[in-house]
Design a protein around this ligand. Structure first.
Ligand SMILES: Cc1ncc(COP(=O)(O)O)c(C=O)c1O
Length: 473
Protein backbone atom coordinates (compact mmCIF):
# COMPACT_ATOMS: atom_id res chain seq x y z
CA UNK A 1 0.00 0.00 0.00
CA UNK A 2 1.28 3.45 -0.83
CA UNK A 3 2.61 5.39 2.13
CA UNK A 4 0.71 8.50 3.19
CA UNK A 5 2.67 11.73 3.24
CA UNK A 6 3.05 11.50 7.02
CA UNK A 7 4.14 7.87 6.89
CA UNK A 8 6.70 8.78 4.28
CA UNK A 9 7.96 11.73 6.28
CA UNK A 10 8.42 9.65 9.46
CA UNK A 11 9.82 6.56 7.70
CA UNK A 12 12.89 5.35 9.70
CA UNK A 13 14.50 3.80 6.61
CA UNK A 14 14.23 7.06 4.70
CA UNK A 15 15.76 8.79 7.74
CA UNK A 16 18.65 6.30 7.74
CA UNK A 17 19.40 6.92 4.08
CA UNK A 18 19.04 10.70 4.26
CA UNK A 19 21.12 10.80 7.44
CA UNK A 20 23.95 8.77 5.94
CA UNK A 21 23.94 11.01 2.91
CA UNK A 22 23.95 14.13 5.07
CA UNK A 23 26.84 12.92 7.26
CA UNK A 24 28.84 12.03 4.13
CA UNK A 25 28.22 15.46 2.67
CA UNK A 26 29.17 17.20 5.92
CA UNK A 27 32.30 15.09 6.39
CA UNK A 28 33.39 15.98 2.84
CA UNK A 29 32.61 19.60 3.56
CA UNK A 30 34.73 19.54 6.73
CA UNK A 31 37.58 17.82 4.94
CA UNK A 32 37.61 20.46 2.27
CA UNK A 33 37.06 23.63 4.28
CA UNK A 34 39.33 22.71 7.18
CA UNK A 35 42.12 22.44 4.64
CA UNK A 36 41.28 25.93 3.47
CA UNK A 37 39.86 24.96 0.07
CA UNK A 38 37.44 27.33 -1.60
CA UNK A 39 36.05 30.54 -0.20
CA UNK A 40 34.83 31.21 3.31
CA UNK A 41 31.64 32.56 1.79
CA UNK A 42 30.32 33.54 -1.60
CA UNK A 43 28.71 36.81 -0.73
CA UNK A 44 25.43 37.83 -2.35
CA UNK A 45 23.30 40.83 -1.68
CA UNK A 46 20.24 40.09 0.54
CA UNK A 47 17.78 40.69 -2.29
CA UNK A 48 19.61 38.22 -4.56
CA UNK A 49 19.68 35.62 -1.80
CA UNK A 50 15.96 36.06 -1.24
CA UNK A 51 15.32 35.58 -4.95
CA UNK A 52 17.43 32.43 -4.99
CA UNK A 53 15.47 30.76 -2.19
CA UNK A 54 12.15 32.03 -3.45
CA UNK A 55 12.84 30.36 -6.79
CA UNK A 56 14.35 27.22 -5.31
CA UNK A 57 12.41 24.25 -6.73
CA UNK A 58 10.11 22.39 -4.31
CA UNK A 59 10.96 19.10 -5.89
CA UNK A 60 14.69 19.31 -5.16
CA UNK A 61 16.02 16.22 -3.42
CA UNK A 62 17.48 16.56 0.06
CA UNK A 63 21.03 16.15 -1.24
CA UNK A 64 20.60 19.04 -3.68
CA UNK A 65 19.01 21.13 -0.96
CA UNK A 66 21.95 20.43 1.40
CA UNK A 67 24.48 21.29 -1.27
CA UNK A 68 22.71 24.57 -1.97
CA UNK A 69 22.69 25.41 1.74
CA UNK A 70 26.44 24.78 1.92
CA UNK A 71 27.08 26.99 -1.10
CA UNK A 72 25.04 29.82 0.34
CA UNK A 73 26.35 29.92 3.90
CA UNK A 74 29.47 31.03 5.76
CA UNK A 75 31.93 28.25 6.51
CA UNK A 76 32.99 28.71 10.10
CA UNK A 77 35.31 25.69 9.92
CA UNK A 78 37.38 27.46 7.28
CA UNK A 79 40.72 28.64 8.70
CA UNK A 80 40.31 31.96 6.88
CA UNK A 81 36.99 32.57 8.68
CA UNK A 82 37.84 35.04 11.44
CA UNK A 83 34.93 37.45 11.65
CA UNK A 84 32.40 36.91 14.40
CA UNK A 85 32.63 35.25 17.77
CA UNK A 86 31.08 31.96 16.75
CA UNK A 87 33.06 28.79 17.27
CA UNK A 88 33.60 26.23 14.54
CA UNK A 89 31.72 23.55 16.45
CA UNK A 90 33.48 20.32 17.34
CA UNK A 91 31.84 17.85 14.94
CA UNK A 92 31.02 15.51 17.82
CA UNK A 93 29.15 18.34 19.56
CA UNK A 94 27.11 18.91 16.39
CA UNK A 95 26.19 15.22 16.36
CA UNK A 96 25.10 15.53 19.98
CA UNK A 97 22.96 18.53 18.97
CA UNK A 98 21.35 16.41 16.26
CA UNK A 99 20.54 13.77 18.85
CA UNK A 100 18.84 16.42 20.96
CA UNK A 101 16.92 17.80 18.01
CA UNK A 102 15.54 14.40 17.14
CA UNK A 103 14.61 13.45 20.70
CA UNK A 104 13.03 16.89 21.22
CA UNK A 105 12.81 16.52 24.99
CA UNK A 106 11.52 19.93 25.95
CA UNK A 107 13.10 20.00 29.44
CA UNK A 108 10.60 22.34 31.07
CA UNK A 109 9.89 19.64 33.63
CA UNK A 110 12.03 16.73 34.72
CA UNK A 111 10.21 13.90 33.00
CA UNK A 112 10.41 15.76 29.66
CA UNK A 113 14.19 15.46 29.76
CA UNK A 114 15.53 13.21 32.49
CA UNK A 115 19.05 12.69 31.15
CA UNK A 116 19.64 16.28 30.01
CA UNK A 117 18.27 17.63 33.30
CA UNK A 118 20.68 15.53 35.36
CA UNK A 119 23.54 16.32 32.96
CA UNK A 120 22.76 20.01 33.19
CA UNK A 121 23.02 19.90 36.98
CA UNK A 122 26.33 18.03 36.74
CA UNK A 123 27.73 20.42 34.13
CA UNK A 124 26.67 23.64 35.83
CA UNK A 125 27.90 22.38 39.23
CA UNK A 126 31.27 21.79 37.58
CA UNK A 127 31.35 25.24 36.00
CA UNK A 128 30.36 26.81 39.35
CA UNK A 129 33.21 24.98 41.06
CA UNK A 130 35.66 26.12 38.40
CA UNK A 131 34.45 29.70 38.89
CA UNK A 132 35.32 29.28 42.57
CA UNK A 133 31.70 29.44 43.77
CA UNK A 134 30.69 27.43 46.87
CA UNK A 135 28.39 24.45 47.37
CA UNK A 136 25.24 26.59 47.36
CA UNK A 137 25.94 27.80 43.80
CA UNK A 138 23.64 26.63 41.02
CA UNK A 139 23.24 27.25 37.32
CA UNK A 140 21.32 26.24 34.26
CA UNK A 141 21.64 26.41 30.50
CA UNK A 142 19.66 28.85 28.40
CA UNK A 143 19.42 30.10 24.84
CA UNK A 144 22.24 32.56 24.27
CA UNK A 145 24.18 35.19 26.14
CA UNK A 146 21.58 37.85 25.41
CA UNK A 147 18.82 35.97 27.20
CA UNK A 148 21.19 34.88 29.97
CA UNK A 149 22.23 38.48 30.69
CA UNK A 150 18.60 39.55 30.87
CA UNK A 151 17.77 36.64 33.17
CA UNK A 152 20.70 37.48 35.45
CA UNK A 153 19.61 41.12 35.72
CA UNK A 154 16.03 40.07 36.49
CA UNK A 155 17.40 37.84 39.24
CA UNK A 156 19.53 40.73 40.53
CA UNK A 157 16.50 43.00 40.71
CA UNK A 158 14.42 40.36 42.48
CA UNK A 159 17.21 39.66 44.97
CA UNK A 160 18.46 43.18 45.68
CA UNK A 161 15.88 45.67 44.43
CA UNK A 162 13.90 47.60 47.04
CA UNK A 163 10.58 47.12 45.26
CA UNK A 164 8.76 43.97 44.23
CA UNK A 165 8.60 44.74 40.53
CA UNK A 166 7.44 41.24 39.67
CA UNK A 167 4.18 41.66 41.54
CA UNK A 168 3.70 45.39 41.72
CA UNK A 169 5.04 46.53 38.38
CA UNK A 170 7.85 48.95 37.69
CA UNK A 171 7.53 52.43 39.02
CA UNK A 172 10.86 53.81 37.87
CA UNK A 173 14.21 54.97 39.15
CA UNK A 174 16.23 51.75 39.12
CA UNK A 175 19.61 51.67 37.39
CA UNK A 176 22.48 49.44 36.43
CA UNK A 177 26.12 50.41 36.06
CA UNK A 178 27.90 48.96 33.06
CA UNK A 179 31.13 49.60 31.18
CA UNK A 180 30.92 51.70 28.05
CA UNK A 181 32.35 48.84 26.02
CA UNK A 182 29.83 46.19 27.13
CA UNK A 183 27.83 44.21 24.58
CA UNK A 184 24.67 46.01 23.48
CA UNK A 185 22.50 43.23 24.88
CA UNK A 186 23.13 44.50 28.42
CA UNK A 187 21.72 47.90 27.48
CA UNK A 188 18.83 46.14 25.76
CA UNK A 189 18.13 43.99 28.83
CA UNK A 190 17.98 47.10 31.02
CA UNK A 191 15.53 48.74 28.61
CA UNK A 192 13.37 45.62 28.48
CA UNK A 193 13.26 45.85 32.27
CA UNK A 194 11.91 49.38 31.92
CA UNK A 195 15.03 51.21 33.11
CA UNK A 196 15.21 53.49 30.07
CA UNK A 197 18.00 55.91 29.19
CA UNK A 198 18.38 57.23 32.71
CA UNK A 199 18.73 53.73 34.14
CA UNK A 200 21.80 52.68 32.17
CA UNK A 201 24.82 54.35 33.75
CA UNK A 202 27.83 53.94 31.51
CA UNK A 203 31.18 53.61 33.23
CA UNK A 204 34.09 54.98 31.16
CA UNK A 205 36.80 52.68 29.88
CA UNK A 206 40.55 53.25 29.81
CA UNK A 207 43.01 53.05 26.92
CA UNK A 208 42.84 49.23 27.00
CA UNK A 209 39.04 49.51 26.66
CA UNK A 210 38.38 47.90 30.05
CA UNK A 211 36.26 49.54 32.74
CA UNK A 212 37.86 52.23 34.89
CA UNK A 213 36.85 50.90 38.29
CA UNK A 214 38.06 54.11 39.92
CA UNK A 215 35.12 55.92 38.29
CA UNK A 216 32.53 53.73 40.01
CA UNK A 217 32.15 55.67 43.30
CA UNK A 218 31.56 58.93 41.43
CA UNK A 219 28.90 57.42 39.16
CA UNK A 220 27.26 55.59 42.03
CA UNK A 221 27.09 58.70 44.23
CA UNK A 222 25.65 60.73 41.39
CA UNK A 223 23.02 58.06 40.81
CA UNK A 224 21.97 58.27 44.45
CA UNK A 225 21.92 62.06 44.30
CA UNK A 226 19.66 61.80 41.23
CA UNK A 227 17.27 59.61 43.20
CA UNK A 228 18.18 56.41 41.36
CA UNK A 229 18.43 52.96 42.92
CA UNK A 230 21.42 51.07 41.48
CA UNK A 231 20.61 47.35 41.43
CA UNK A 232 23.63 45.84 39.72
CA UNK A 233 27.04 46.39 38.21
CA UNK A 234 27.80 44.47 35.02
CA UNK A 235 31.37 43.57 34.13
CA UNK A 236 32.52 42.26 30.77
CA UNK A 237 34.85 39.31 30.47
CA UNK A 238 35.68 40.41 27.91
CA UNK A 239 33.93 43.18 25.97
CA UNK A 240 32.90 42.44 22.41
CA UNK A 241 34.59 45.02 20.20
CA UNK A 242 38.15 44.66 21.49
CA UNK A 243 37.98 41.62 23.78
CA UNK A 244 39.09 43.57 26.86
CA UNK A 245 38.49 42.12 30.32
CA UNK A 246 37.13 44.38 33.07
CA UNK A 247 39.07 44.21 36.37
CA UNK A 248 36.68 41.86 38.17
CA UNK A 249 38.45 41.93 41.52
CA UNK A 250 38.19 45.71 41.65
CA UNK A 251 34.54 45.54 40.62
CA UNK A 252 33.89 43.10 43.47
CA UNK A 253 35.75 45.40 45.91
CA UNK A 254 33.32 48.13 44.94
CA UNK A 255 30.16 46.01 45.05
CA UNK A 256 30.64 44.07 48.27
CA UNK A 257 30.37 46.89 50.85
CA UNK A 258 27.32 48.26 49.01
CA UNK A 259 25.62 44.87 48.67
CA UNK A 260 25.39 45.68 44.97
CA UNK A 261 24.89 42.68 42.68
CA UNK A 262 27.92 41.97 40.49
CA UNK A 263 27.02 40.30 37.23
CA UNK A 264 29.79 39.20 34.88
CA UNK A 265 29.10 38.82 31.19
CA UNK A 266 31.67 36.16 30.35
CA UNK A 267 29.78 35.10 27.22
CA UNK A 268 32.96 35.23 25.19
CA UNK A 269 35.90 34.78 27.52
CA UNK A 270 34.35 33.27 30.64
CA UNK A 271 35.90 29.88 29.81
CA UNK A 272 39.25 31.41 30.80
CA UNK A 273 38.30 30.14 34.29
CA UNK A 274 39.40 26.73 32.94
CA UNK A 275 42.80 27.91 31.72
CA UNK A 276 45.98 27.86 33.78
CA UNK A 277 47.57 30.27 31.34
CA UNK A 278 44.79 32.85 31.00
CA UNK A 279 42.78 32.23 34.20
CA UNK A 280 44.27 35.42 35.67
CA UNK A 281 42.04 37.47 33.34
CA UNK A 282 39.09 36.25 35.42
CA UNK A 283 40.68 37.07 38.79
CA UNK A 284 37.92 37.88 41.28
CA UNK A 285 35.22 35.91 39.48
CA UNK A 286 34.49 33.85 42.61
CA UNK A 287 33.13 37.08 44.14
CA UNK A 288 30.58 37.70 41.37
CA UNK A 289 26.90 37.04 42.02
CA UNK A 290 26.23 35.71 38.54
CA UNK A 291 28.22 34.71 35.49
CA UNK A 292 27.30 33.99 31.88
CA UNK A 293 29.39 31.71 29.66
CA UNK A 294 28.57 30.90 26.04
CA UNK A 295 29.64 27.43 24.93
CA UNK A 296 29.19 28.52 21.30
CA UNK A 297 31.95 31.10 21.53
CA UNK A 298 35.16 29.96 23.22
CA UNK A 299 34.22 26.36 24.00
CA UNK A 300 33.86 24.99 20.49
CA UNK A 301 30.17 24.15 20.79
CA UNK A 302 27.24 24.78 18.43
CA UNK A 303 24.72 27.58 18.90
CA UNK A 304 23.07 28.01 21.34
CA UNK A 305 24.84 26.68 24.41
CA UNK A 306 24.88 29.20 27.26
CA UNK A 307 25.41 28.66 30.96
CA UNK A 308 24.08 31.08 33.58
CA UNK A 309 25.64 30.52 36.99
CA UNK A 310 24.63 31.98 40.36
CA UNK A 311 26.93 32.13 43.38
CA UNK A 312 23.87 31.80 45.60
CA UNK A 313 21.74 29.30 43.72
CA UNK A 314 18.71 30.08 45.87
CA UNK A 315 18.11 33.41 44.18
CA UNK A 316 17.63 31.74 40.82
CA UNK A 317 14.41 30.20 42.13
CA UNK A 318 12.82 33.54 42.87
CA UNK A 319 13.45 35.33 39.57
CA UNK A 320 10.19 34.15 38.09
CA UNK A 321 7.80 33.43 40.90
CA UNK A 322 4.84 33.14 38.58
CA UNK A 323 2.88 29.96 39.21
CA UNK A 324 2.18 27.45 36.50
CA UNK A 325 0.90 24.67 38.69
CA UNK A 326 0.46 22.03 36.06
CA UNK A 327 4.19 22.22 35.46
CA UNK A 328 5.69 23.18 38.75
CA UNK A 329 5.03 21.40 42.00
CA UNK A 330 5.67 23.15 45.29
CA UNK A 331 8.24 21.05 47.00
CA UNK A 332 10.12 21.35 50.24
CA UNK A 333 13.25 19.93 48.71
CA UNK A 334 15.31 21.87 46.27
CA UNK A 335 13.49 21.55 42.98
CA UNK A 336 16.57 21.73 40.76
CA UNK A 337 15.19 19.25 38.28
CA UNK A 338 12.17 21.25 37.10
CA UNK A 339 14.07 23.78 35.07
CA UNK A 340 11.21 25.98 33.89
CA UNK A 341 11.07 27.39 37.42
CA UNK A 342 14.36 29.12 36.83
CA UNK A 343 14.70 29.63 33.09
CA UNK A 344 13.12 32.29 30.92
CA UNK A 345 12.11 29.59 28.47
CA UNK A 346 9.48 26.94 29.05
CA UNK A 347 10.47 24.45 26.36
CA UNK A 348 14.23 24.64 26.00
CA UNK A 349 17.07 23.11 24.05
CA UNK A 350 18.87 20.02 25.28
CA UNK A 351 22.10 21.84 24.56
CA UNK A 352 23.77 20.08 27.46
CA UNK A 353 24.19 17.05 25.18
CA UNK A 354 26.84 19.04 23.30
CA UNK A 355 28.90 19.80 26.42
CA UNK A 356 28.40 16.40 27.95
CA UNK A 357 29.36 14.43 24.85
CA UNK A 358 32.51 16.51 24.41
CA UNK A 359 33.62 16.17 28.04
CA UNK A 360 32.74 12.50 27.97
CA UNK A 361 34.76 11.77 24.83
CA UNK A 362 37.69 14.18 25.06
CA UNK A 363 37.85 15.35 28.68
CA UNK A 364 37.63 18.86 30.13
CA UNK A 365 41.12 19.78 28.98
CA UNK A 366 39.88 20.31 25.42
CA UNK A 367 38.36 23.64 26.46
CA UNK A 368 41.49 25.36 27.80
CA UNK A 369 43.50 23.79 24.97
CA UNK A 370 41.26 25.59 22.49
CA UNK A 371 41.12 28.90 24.36
CA UNK A 372 44.88 29.02 25.01
CA UNK A 373 45.68 28.33 21.38
CA UNK A 374 43.39 31.07 20.10
CA UNK A 375 44.49 33.65 22.69
CA UNK A 376 48.15 32.85 21.89
CA UNK A 377 47.50 33.28 18.18
CA UNK A 378 46.02 36.74 18.74
CA UNK A 379 49.19 37.82 20.52
CA UNK A 380 51.23 36.48 17.64
CA UNK A 381 49.07 38.37 15.15
CA UNK A 382 49.49 41.56 17.15
CA UNK A 383 53.26 41.07 16.96
CA UNK A 384 53.05 40.66 13.18
CA UNK A 385 51.03 43.88 12.86
CA UNK A 386 53.51 45.80 14.98
CA UNK A 387 56.36 44.73 12.76
CA UNK A 388 54.62 45.51 9.49
CA UNK A 389 54.70 49.08 8.16
CA UNK A 390 51.38 50.72 7.31
CA UNK A 391 49.40 48.93 10.03
CA UNK A 392 48.18 50.12 13.41
CA UNK A 393 46.95 47.99 16.27
CA UNK A 394 44.07 49.41 18.37
CA UNK A 395 45.41 47.82 21.54
CA UNK A 396 47.32 44.79 22.74
CA UNK A 397 44.82 41.94 22.58
CA UNK A 398 43.81 40.34 25.86
CA UNK A 399 41.77 37.61 24.22
CA UNK A 400 41.51 36.31 20.65
CA UNK A 401 39.95 39.51 19.26
CA UNK A 402 42.31 41.79 17.35
CA UNK A 403 41.40 45.27 16.05
CA UNK A 404 43.77 46.85 13.56
CA UNK A 405 43.73 49.28 10.67
CA UNK A 406 45.58 50.21 7.57
CA UNK A 407 47.30 53.56 8.02
CA UNK A 408 49.23 54.58 4.91
CA UNK A 409 51.76 57.34 5.56
CA UNK A 410 50.23 60.78 5.46
CA UNK A 411 46.62 59.63 5.17
CA UNK A 412 44.10 61.82 7.03
CA UNK A 413 41.73 60.36 9.63
CA UNK A 414 38.64 60.34 7.40
CA UNK A 415 40.57 59.04 4.42
CA UNK A 416 41.93 56.24 6.60
CA UNK A 417 38.42 55.36 7.79
CA UNK A 418 37.15 55.27 4.23
CA UNK A 419 40.09 53.12 3.14
CA UNK A 420 39.52 50.57 5.89
CA UNK A 421 35.79 50.41 5.13
CA UNK A 422 36.57 49.90 1.46
CA UNK A 423 39.06 47.14 1.98
CA UNK A 424 36.79 45.30 4.37
CA UNK A 425 33.94 45.50 1.79
CA UNK A 426 36.24 44.30 -0.94
CA UNK A 427 37.37 41.40 1.23
CA UNK A 428 33.76 40.44 1.91
CA UNK A 429 32.95 40.39 -1.78
CA UNK A 430 36.15 38.52 -2.51
CA UNK A 431 35.14 35.79 -0.04
CA UNK A 432 38.60 34.41 0.51
CA UNK A 433 38.70 35.63 4.11
CA UNK A 434 35.96 36.72 6.43
CA UNK A 435 36.67 39.51 8.90
CA UNK A 436 34.50 42.35 10.24
CA UNK A 437 34.96 45.98 11.18
CA UNK A 438 34.26 48.11 14.23
CA UNK A 439 34.40 51.79 15.28
CA UNK A 440 36.53 52.87 18.21
CA UNK A 441 36.71 56.55 19.14
CA UNK A 442 35.50 57.55 15.70
CA UNK A 443 38.07 55.39 13.90
CA UNK A 444 37.21 52.43 11.71
CA UNK A 445 39.15 49.29 12.56
CA UNK A 446 39.25 45.92 10.92
CA UNK A 447 38.47 43.23 13.45
CA UNK A 448 39.28 39.54 13.62
CA UNK A 449 38.00 37.02 16.14
CA UNK A 450 40.45 34.16 15.83
CA UNK A 451 38.00 31.36 16.53
CA UNK A 452 39.36 28.69 14.26
CA UNK A 453 41.90 26.16 15.59
CA UNK A 454 43.22 25.65 12.05
CA UNK A 455 44.06 29.31 11.47
CA UNK A 456 47.84 29.72 11.52
CA UNK A 457 50.39 32.49 11.27
CA UNK A 458 50.62 31.72 7.53
CA UNK A 459 46.91 32.50 7.06
CA UNK A 460 47.34 35.77 8.93
CA UNK A 461 50.31 36.78 6.75
CA UNK A 462 48.26 35.94 3.69
CA UNK A 463 45.44 38.12 5.01
CA UNK A 464 47.72 41.13 5.47
CA UNK A 465 49.30 40.63 2.05
CA UNK A 466 45.88 40.47 0.43
CA UNK A 467 44.70 43.61 2.21
CA UNK A 468 47.89 45.41 1.24
CA UNK A 469 47.38 44.32 -2.37
CA UNK A 470 44.06 46.17 -2.38
CA UNK A 471 46.17 49.31 -2.09
CA UNK A 472 44.16 52.47 -1.90
CA UNK A 473 41.49 51.00 -4.16
C1 LIG B 1 30.34 39.96 25.55
C2 LIG B 1 29.10 39.42 24.90
N1 LIG B 1 27.98 39.29 25.61
C3 LIG B 1 26.85 38.82 25.07
C4 LIG B 1 26.79 38.49 23.75
C5 LIG B 1 25.51 37.98 23.18
O1 LIG B 1 25.52 36.58 23.25
P1 LIG B 1 24.58 35.71 22.27
O2 LIG B 1 25.02 36.06 20.90
O3 LIG B 1 24.90 34.30 22.68
O4 LIG B 1 23.19 36.10 22.56
C6 LIG B 1 27.92 38.61 22.96
C7 LIG B 1 27.89 38.26 21.52
O5 LIG B 1 28.81 38.44 20.79
C8 LIG B 1 29.11 39.08 23.54
O6 LIG B 1 30.23 39.24 22.84
Amino acid sequence: MAQSLLEKAYDPEAFRQLGKGLIDTLANHLQSVQQGRGNVLDYREPADELTFWTNFPDTADFGAWTTAVLRHTTHVHHPRCMGHQVAPPLPLASLAALLGELLNNGMAIYEMGMAPTAMERQLTDWLCRRAGFGAEARGFLTSGGTLANLTALLAARRARGRTDVWNEGYSGKQAILVGEAAHYCVDRAARIMGLGDAGVLKVPVGPDNSMLAGELPRIYEKALADGLEPIALVGSAPSTATGSYDPLDELADFCEPLNLWLHVDGAHGGPAILSDKYGGLMRGIHRADSLVIDGHKMMGLPVLTTALLFRDGGVSYTTFSQQADYLLTESREEDWYNLAKRTFECTKLTSVFCWHAVINQYGESIFPAYLDRQYDLAREFAGMLRERPGWELALTPQSNIVCFRRTPTGAEREACNALNERIRRRLLEDGKFYIVQTRLDGLTYLRTSLMNPFTTRAHLSELLELLESYGAG
